[in-house]
Write a protein that binds this ligand. Structure first.
Ligand SMILES: Cc1cc2nc3c(=O)[nH]c(=O)nc-3n(C[C@H](O)[C@H](O)[C@H](O)COP(=O)(O)O)c2cc1C
Length: 247
């Protein structure tokens, strides 16, 4: 619990390698996670090869963690393996649909987070890369993912070469609802976000980006509607291409 409360994302890594045995232990821990029906409908692609990391880098918008971390892990929703097993054993698979994709994506994210917790418990640092879902169509090609497999999230992994400040969180009362969802009034929203908005780094962020509010930094710069629509379209196409929209 202690270490979970003090964790932070690490984006700078020392050149020290992450040994094969240690990585295997982390992946074993990941595979002990809960998984839908014990089907294990996920795969993890380990990237250590410098050339392949270079191929992946632009697909992660050249975020330096990809080339600087000794290990990059791409967690995939994977119904390919399970479907093949079904066919081999004279069972008719019914997993070429959106629900199955969500099932496999949930499995993949749970494994990813367990690997992260195991890694951080060993003193390693991790950073998630949300660019995976933006560029899934191209990552499919670089990692040679067959039909039934879609990249869901990526982490860079290595020994920390920085100890950044912990970043803020909303107060727990903003997140937790007792028994039923209690919707937010404008006053309550203002109250819950006040501390975040008043932080020096937030004020600086708003100023640097020439915006009127912190929320505008999110809507106009970091997570823009146009980008969200574009990447949604691309991802829906990937879902089709990888065989999850046939029913
Ligand atoms: C799904 C997901 C995608 C993320 N994508 C990125 C990313 O592309 N680049 C990055 O630097 N950090 C990324 N992060 C890390 C978040 O920025 C980070 O977790 C958040 O700012 C909170 O900081 P903390 O983890 O240090 O508490 C991602 C985190 C998650 C969960």
């Amino acid at each position: 619990m202690y270490s979970l409360l003090y964790r932070r994302t690490i984006r700078k890594y020392s050149p020290e390698p992450v040994g094969n045995k240690l990585l295997e232990d982390l992946l074993m821990a990941g595979c002990r996670s809960s998984t839908t029906g014990n089907m294990q409908v996920y795969s993890v692609i380990v990237t250590r090869d410098e050339a392949r990391k270079k191929s992946l880098a632009p697909l992660h918008f050249d975020q330096k963690m990809i080339t600087e971390a000794p290990v990059v892990l791409t967690f995939c929703a994977d119904f390919n393996r399970f479907t093949k097993w079904c066919i081999l054993r004279n069972a008719i698979p019914g997993y070429d649909n959106f629900l199955s994709f969500i099932t496999a994506a949930i499995d993949a994210v749970i494994v990813a987070q367990t690997v992260c917790i195991a890694a951080e418990a060993k003193g390693l640092g991790i950073c998630y890369l949300g660019t995976t879902t933006y560029m899934a169509h191209k990552i499919v090609k670089v990692l040679e993912l067959p039909k039934g497999v879609i990249p869901i999230t990526t982490i860079s992994l290595g020994w920390p070469a920085e100890i950044p400040e912990q970043v803020d969180r909303l107060p727990l009362e903003a997140i937790v609802h007792n028994e039923v969802y209690r919707d937010y009034t404008d006053e309550r929203i203002a109250e819950l976000y006040r501390e975040k908005e008043l932080r020096d780094d937030s004020v600086q962020f708003v100023k640097e980006n020439n915006k009127d509010s912190l929320a505008q930094v999110f809507t106009d710069i970091r997570y823009k509607k146009d980008d969200n629509i574009t990447f949604s379209r691309i991802f829906l196409q990937v879902l089709g291409d990888q065989g999850f929209m046939n029913q």
